[in-house]
Design a protein around this ligand. Structure first.
Ligand SMILES: [Zn+2]
Length: 62
């Protein structure tokens, strides 16, 4: 199973997608992107909540 996040899932007009084996591995990638692309450093708690809610389990066929 892979965890996946896409900026579009939280309504951002952005093509960024990230995936990792665990949520713990995924969060730093999202944080890095949020900082560089969206100038969110750190990610505000409200946005972070949306981010964690938008993280999906990716199936192997994708
Ligand atoms: Zn983005």
């Amino acid at each position: 199973m892979t965890k996946e996040f896409a900026c579009r899932d939280i309504g951002l007009d952005c093509n960024f997608k990230a995936s990792a084996k665990t949520q713990e591995g995924l969060m730093p990638k999202i944080a890095q992107h949020a900082k560089e692309a969206h100038r969110l450093d750190p990610i505000p708690p409200e946005t972070l909540q949306k981010v964690t809610a938008a993280i999906k389990d990716k199936k192997g066929w994708f």
